[in-house]
Design a protein around this ligand. Structure first.
Ligand SMILES: NCc1[nH]cc(CCC(=O)O)c1CC(=O)O
Ligand SMILES: [Zn+2]
Ligand SMILES: [Zn+2]
Length: 372
């Protein structure tokens, strides 16, 4: 390392730099002679010397505005309607779909190691559990509502988020109720989505997070929470800037939510749509969101930083999605990089962009790494 920095220092003495360097040196010398009588000489350019500021590991840690902490992490869980099931998800290394009976033993050691929050996704598998209206989404005996109730009792300090969408429950796999032409019926979808959100909140979810992208659902959910008298104890987190793209494949595998026709491009945002994302974020703030989510994370750091700017007075969440998780695992497995190093680097990027909350399948590993 020292031979490398010597090389860099030497390279900076090229002809083009020499003139300004000489004048800086003479300024530095005259500064030294007039202001610091005990100093006999100063060699080198004062302002060019950065390495001393981060030569020690602790000093390197101080360079970050904020450090990743366990309380920033939210761990996604896929809950099936098959109570004893644990089925590994092939495209999501180390992640499984689990039945309600497996949750407490699974979560107990994670919570002991510092896990503070989870987000629940329901995965109904029973034949006949999906229909055009996503009726099973708020089934009181369904996996999400039953899990919320169980986990509130089993882990009083665990913060429970519920993802709110219909795609896991509709026969067509889209995130709302459809018209005959296959497009979303926004009004019906918003009415249904807000009912589902209310049901999760009444079951005890601390946070409801609509990921469906129907227009106006934040306002509709907020109004129903207010009407029910529980708006003061439920956080409404909007997936405001959720982009359509190639990074959700493993999730759709896990949740069985691949659309049976078409795609989600008419409701999820186009990847180039920074302005559209800003409008969606501002709209959702205006509709009463308490927190804003950006998803995916790594390819959308500019959007996270826009969200922090537009929503500077509220928490900003970033969802490191299934495709990002699978990609980092695949790269590490192929020997491209070390898993811990690349995950910590991606977390630094997400924090630098402005996120306060990170939803990530790496939460269990991160708690171990943060303890080191
Ligand atoms: N409402 C659907 C939903 N809820 C969460 C995710 C993605 C999460 C991930 O990829 O990890 C998706 C994506 C989608 O299928 O559009
Ligand atoms: Zn959906
Ligand atoms: Zn969803």
């Amino acid at each position: 390392m020292s031979s490398f920095s010597t090389l860099v220092d030497n390279l900076s003495f090229r002809d083009s730099d020499r003139e300004s360097r000489v004048s800086q040196l003479s300024r530095a010398k005259s500064y030294a002679s007039t202001n610091a009588t005990s100093m006999t000489s100063i060699s080198g350019d004062i302002k060019s010397q950065l390495h001393g500021g981060y030569s020690h590991p602790l000093a390197r840690a101080w360079q970050a505005d904020r450090q990743l902490t366990k309380s920033m992490l939210v761990y996604p869980l896929f809950i099936t309607d098959n109570a004893d099931e644990i089925t590994p998800i092939p495209s999501l290394p180390n992640q499984s779909r689990r039945g309600i009976n497996t949750l407490v033993p699974f979560l107990t050691p994670l919570i002991q190691r510092g896990l503070r929050s989870i987000i629940l996704f329901g995965v109904p598998l029973a034949p006949g559990s999906k229909d055009a209206l996503g009726t099973s989404a708020d089934d009181p005996k369904g996996p999400v509502i039953a899990s919320i109730k169980l986990l509130r009792r089993a882990f009083p300090d665990l913060y429970i988020m519920a993802d709110v969408c219909l795609c896991e429950y509709t026969s067509h796999g889209h995130c709302g109720i459809l018209r005959d032409d296959g497009s979303l019926n926004n009004a019906m979808s918003v009415d249904r989505i807000s009912d589902v959100a209310l049901a999760y909140a009444l079951a005890g979810a601390h946070c409801v997070a609509p990921s469906d992208m129907n227009d106006g659902r934040v306002r509709a959910i907020k109004l129903k929470l207010i009407d029910e008298g529980i708006a003061h104890k439920v956080l409404l987190m909007s997936y405001s800037a959720k982009f359509s793209g190639a990074l959700y494949g493993p999730f759709r595998d896990a949740a069985g939510s691949v659309p049976s026709f078409g795609d989600r491009k008419c409701y999820q945002l186009p990847p180039g749509g920074r302005g559209l994302a800003r409008r969606a974020i501002q709209r959702d703030i205006g509709e009463g969101a308490d927190a804003i989510m950006v998803k995916p994370a790594s390819a959308y750091l500019d959007i996270i930083s826009d969200a922090k700017e537009l929503g500077r007075d509220m928490p900003i969440a970033a969802y490191q999605v299934s495709g990002e998780f699978a990609m980092l695992h695949a790269g590490a497995k192929a020997g491209v990089f070390d898993l811990q190093e690349i995950v910590m680097e991606s977390m630094q990027g997400i924090l630098r962009a402005g996120a306060n909350i990170v939803v990530t399948y790496f939460a269990p590993e991160l708690m171990g790494w943060l303890d080191q």
